[in-house]
Design a protein around this ligand. Structure first.
Ligand code: ADP
Length: 619
């Protein structure tokens, strides 16, 4: 008898379901519609792949990620699943061949780009499909419903939302599926957690009667750290050298220019770094993405154009050299680390300059005022998060409406609790210096005034006569800079675009100046490199890094790379790191024992079992 669990074991090689997977699989297999909200790495693919194998007919998976379909299909074929894809990257002959496989009922799963699916000719082809003549044989045995189409899966369903930066207009047309194939179950999946996007997905895809499966969005294996920026490149390199000398990861920058410069600089420093942004040719972008996916230890320096659907499981870090635009952005981008559940780092540096330029960018864009207001609020929420001294996991999840007990031991604030201090008096000095100098100067000059410096600009504006001149000598330049950053982040000050980014007071500053409101600020930690040894040790405890010096680990990885190269697929399509790690730890001696390793299903056991047993024997 074919059940979800037997397929999970035999085909995928996993012993048990994760979280809501089983209920989702059962619900969809029984013909129900579903909306699945699950974090990246939560295991969404199985939620449609298993029903695809359990139900009669072919599952049609709509995905916007043309460049990644090949890898998704490769991964399924490795498991012995009959999968194919149809999109504009295929030549006419290849497309014809896939179409005929589809018509002959030879496919379990077909990935299609939305624009292809919505072509009238393709839709009528789907309508004309008839149930496979193989019903009753092989895997079709036990199928619950006889039909030519098993289900529609709508992956990356948030692409239907016009507010997100992944908006794809063609996704709006997908309502046609419900209208033309009312009996075929639909499952929409996304890792975008916020309530407005969820509501929009339901409305736009007419999923009002679908059952919703909302998982916890916590990513316990990701360690969040945010440090203040003093020298971004130096800080990045210290972080990479200390914690990720050989790992694959993503470095996010705001602008294309910064991406190019940073990638170039990392290369000159001996790192295997590649750029990725929308200003590059499609061919070059794809080539870089290809290297990132297929080779080990490549660092992708990118704008947010990179990342959606990247299912490379062993991205070990995501570093932000610039602020993301919102909490949603931060969560999505950092979420690309550690899909395999092994320890991963989300690391960010940011400074006052970022806050100012980000606010200016929002204000000077030509979006309607209403939208700008929403974006400003989103940025403020992110800034509050950056400056917060509370548990990052807790704060992040609270933003998405989920409770977390705190004390995660997986963020900077929990690992090294941050000191706060009563900065009311210093804040008054800083704010009053802004006021006295006419609310049009930038922070460098304001600090010079507070420190009582004597330079040309001070002379020019006669600022040595201000009452705030030299009153801040008890604090250092760095401390004032930290204070100004936090005052801007906290909304007490804003940058004035017309005055070239000079700072001016907001209404929030008034009670502080009047002395009716206290201001508590965080005491910035020392640069991260000082703590990295301890952090490294804590990672070693998790058992991952400890193995990287083991020659047997290298031998297993080499074998994996050799097999991957032979077939032109990414190494993780052969085995994930987590599977390889289990092979290393368990050291199976027979095929039977190998088959019990998580991630080794029947097809992979047959194809690779002996090769890896041999590596173990020789090691
Ligand atoms: P998502 O699409 O939600 O980001 P994936 O479907 O890519 O996540 O799954 C993330 C990782 O977890 C993949 O490597 C997948 O093989 C693995 N995985 C999913 N479900 C299970 C399970 N039940 N047991 C073990 N590993 C699983």
């Amino acid at each position: 008898m074919t059940t979800p669990l037997t397929i999970l074991r035999d085909v995928f090689g996993y012993t048990s379901f994760r979280g809501a997977q089983q209920s989702i699989v059962e619900h969809v297999t029984n013909g129900g519609d579903a909306l699945v909200l699950m974090p990246t790495g939560g295991g969404k693919s199985l939620c449609y792949q298993l029903p695809a194998l359990l139900r009669e007919g072919v599952a049609i998976v709509v995905s916007p990620l043309i460049a990644l379909m090949q890898d998704q299909v490769d991964a399924l074929q490795q498991l012995g699943v009959k999968a194919a894809f149809l999109n504009s990257s295929l030549g006419a002959d290849q497309a014809r061949s896939v179409t005929s496989q589809l018509q002959n009922g030879e496919l379990d799963i077909l990935y299609v780009a939305p624009e292809r699916l919505l072509m009238p000719s393709f839709l009528s082809l789907l309508e004309r499909l008839t149930p496979s003549p193989l019903v009753g044989e092989g895997r079709s045995e036990g199928a619950l419903i006889q039909g030519a189409i098993a289900l529609f899966a709508i992956d990356e369903a948030h692409c239907v939302s016009q507010w997100g930066h992944d908006f794809r207009p063609e996704y709006r047309g997908l309502t046609v599926l419900h209208e033309r194939f009312p009996k075929v179950p639909r499952i929409a999946l996304t890792a975008t957690a916020d309530a407005p996007t969820r509501a929009e997905i339901i409305e736009r895809l007419q999923l009002e009667s679908a059952q919703q499966f909302v998982s916890s969005f916590d990513r316990p294996n990701i360690k969040y750290r945010i440090a203040h920026k003093d020298n971004a490149r130096k800080q990045l390199e210290a972080f990479l050298s200390a914690e990720h000398p050989d790992d694959a990861g993503i470095v996010y920058c705001l602008s294309r220019k910064r991406v190019d410069e940073t990638a170039e600089w990392l290369k000159t420093r001996g790192w295997d770094a590649l750029p990725y942004h929308a200003g590059m040719s499609t061919a070059l972008r794809n080539a870089n993405q290809h290297r990132f996916l297929r080779e080990e230890g490549v660092i992708m320096v990118a704008t947010v154009a990179f990342g959606m659907g990247i299912d490379k499981p062993n991205v070990r870090f995501v570093a932000h050299l610039d602020l993301p635009k919102s909490m949603e952005g931060y969560y999505q981008e950092t979420g690309r680390a550690g899909r395999d559940g092994l320890p991963a780092n989300a690391w960010m540096v940011y400074g006052l300059g970022d806050v100012v330029s980000m606010r200016q960018m929002l204000d000077s864009g030509d979006a309607p005022e209403e939208r700008k207001r929403v974006e400003r609020q989103k940025l403020d929420a992110l800034l509050g998060f950056c400056e917060s001294t509370a548990c990052r996991h807790q704060t992040l999840l609270r933003y998405f409406g989920e409770a977390h007990p705190g004390d995660c031991e997986q963020c900077d604030n929990c690992l090294q609790p941050v000191d706060t201090w009563n900065a009311t008096q210093a804040a008054q000095m800083a704010l009053s210096c802004v006021y006295r100098s006419g609310q049009r100067f930038g922070v460098v000059h304001l600090i010079d005034v507070l420190l009582g410096k004597s330079n040309a600009k001070i002379q020019q504006f006669n600022h040595q006569t201000l009452s705030t001149y030299g009153i801040g000598k008890d604090l250092s330049q760095a401390q004032w800079s930290s204070i100004y950053r936090q005052l801007v982040a906290g909304g007490f000050l804003e940058s004035d675009i017309e005055a070239y980014g000079g700072l001016k007071l907001t209404d929030t500053a008034k009670p502080v100046l009047k002395g009716t409101q206290e201001v508590w600020l965080r005491r910035d930690a020392e640069p991260a490199s000082k703590t990295s040894k301890a952090e490294r040790a804590s990672r070693t405890k998790e058992g991952y890094e400890a193995v990287t010096d083991d020659p047997l680990w290298q031998a297993l990885k080499d074998k994996r790379m050799e097999l991957a190269k032979e077939q032109g697929v990414p190494p993780y399509v052969i085995f994930h790191d987590s599977t390889l790690l289990e092979i290393l730890n368990q050291k199976p001696q027979t095929l039977d024992e190998m088959g019990r390793i998580s991630g080794v299903g029947q097809a992979k056991l047959l194809n690779y079992g002996d090769a890896f047993l041999q590596v173990l024997e020789e090691g």
